[in-house]
Design a protein around this ligand. Structure first.
Ligand code: NAD
Length: 373
């Protein structure tokens, strides 16, 4: 310790400033100590150099008790947490309908805010949150952690590097078979349903993957297999300005799941699951060699749909990428310190919600929504 101090005081001013930056720790607190709140605490406990965990507040006393049993300080009320002057950043991990009111209260108390996804339920509500962030000069963002998923980063790499030739179709799916969890996710008023739960992740990924290219039309179908009040799944088709078609699908009654990603380019196709290692790329090696052994069924014959012979295609493993989801917090801390732009911007948040609004509108009207998003 003494040696550290000696070294510190013998540094030139510029180096001291750099060291101070490195030594800057953010004082953080959590609102909503449920499933995802626990996840945040556990992640941030692995970042003691960057984050000091001040405590948590949950509306349920038993959750606060659980927090104390886990060695965390539990604040007796939201007001008490927001009145603690040492707290600089709060993460909100409550049900979706109260993100707006808590975030605005926290920003009005001078706190920087990360909201869990979906940031809120409408574009108008998001605008009020952005206004609060500007009015108070604090940073505000949403936790789009699935931008760090390896399967997504691999799909993005294939798209950006044109590995398959010009990509004309992308299908992004998550399929489960347990219906919707029986909590607030079943309730419309609380922002339940799969569009808000998983859709927002998948839409955000596709809008990031396509690098700012505009969506020109949206068609959506919702499913209500296990739940009438909110959607328990959906299929959405997006058309982009260069003609790219993207299918985004969430299902909760899919006892046989389809691949997480299915990507078609002019020279090859890729399939990728949660486990990237098990995916593959198949590329055409000789386009001209199209002869095939016909597939014969009892009722007919086809050469067009017969599989290619192995001498005209080549298979490759998917590329691998490194990622660390804690970079989300690292970036946001740097944004608070004025050293980096925040990774998930207000414009991106607004675009994600504009897409969600178009999805709900299309499903309700059973119409294609032709709108630039
Ligand atoms: P949960 O029900 O497990 O936890 C929510 C907690 O918030 C509960 O403990 C509840 O008592 C508390 N709460 C409710 N109202 C409150 C209020 N007004 N003030 C303080 N506490 C309140 O739900 P969850 O699965 O943890 O989801 C929470 C949020 O996290 C949701 O917005 C959800 O969409 C999001 N989420 C994100 C991811 C992700 O990968 N980014 C994953 C799961 C959930």
């Amino acid at each position: 310790m003494a040696i550290c101090l000696l070294l510190f005081f013998s540094m030139p001013t510029r180096q001291i400033k750099e060291a101070e930056k490195l030594m800057k720790k953010i004082n953080w607190a959590l609102i909503g100590y449920g499933g995802m709140g626990n996840w945040h605490v556990k992640q941030l406990q692995t970042m003691p150099e960057e984050i000091n965990i001040c405590g948590v507040y949950d509306i349920l006393p038993e959750k606060n008790k659980a927090a104390e049993e886990n060695g965390l300080k539990a604040y007796p009320s939201l007001e008490a947490l927001l009145a603690d002057p040492q707290i600089e950043l709060v993460t909100i991990a409550t049900p979706n309908d109260v993100h707006e009111s808590i975030a605005i209260q926290a920003m009005d108390a001078g706190k920087n805010v990360i909201s869990e996804k979906p940031v809120t339920l409408t574009c108008a509500s998001l605008q009020r949150m952005i206004d609060a962030s500007k009015r108070n000069g604090v940073k505000f963002s949403v936790h789009q952690n699935r931008r760090w998923d390896e399967d997504y980063l691999v799909a993005k790499k294939l798209y950006e590097e044109n590995t398959l030739g010009k990509i004309f179709r992308i299908e992004s799916r998550v399929h489960g078979s347990r219906g919707i969890p029986g909590d607030w996710r079943n309730k419309k008023a609380q922002g339940g349903g799969m569009v808000f739960d998983w859709g927002i992740h998948l839409f955000d990924q596709i809008l990031m993957l396509t690098g700012g290219m505009k969506v020109t039309s949206v068609y959506a179908m919702e499913s209500n297999v296990t739940n009438e009040e909110v959607d328990d799944g959906f299929t959405v088709v997006l058309t982009f300005e260069d003609g790219l078609k993207v299918l985004v699908e969430v299902g909760t009654s899919n006892f046989i799941g389809l691949p997480r990603w299915y990507i078609l380019g002019e020279n090859g196709s890729a399939r990728c699951g949660w486990n990237v290692e098990k995916g593959k790329i198949t590329m055409v090696s000789d386009w001209e060699k199209r002869d095939a052994v016909p597939v014969v069924t009892a009722a007919g014959l086809t050469k067009t749909m017969a599989p290619r012979t192995s001498d005209t295609i080549k298979e490759y493993p998917l590329p691998r990428v490194e990622s660390d989801v804690r970079d989300y917090y690292r970036n946001f801390i740097k944004a608070i310190c004025g050293e980096e732009e925040q990774f998930v911007t207000h414009e991106q948040m607004m675009r994600d919600l504009a897409l969600v609004e178009a999805v709900f509108e299309s499903a309700a009207k059973n119409e294609v929504i032709k709108r630039e998003i």
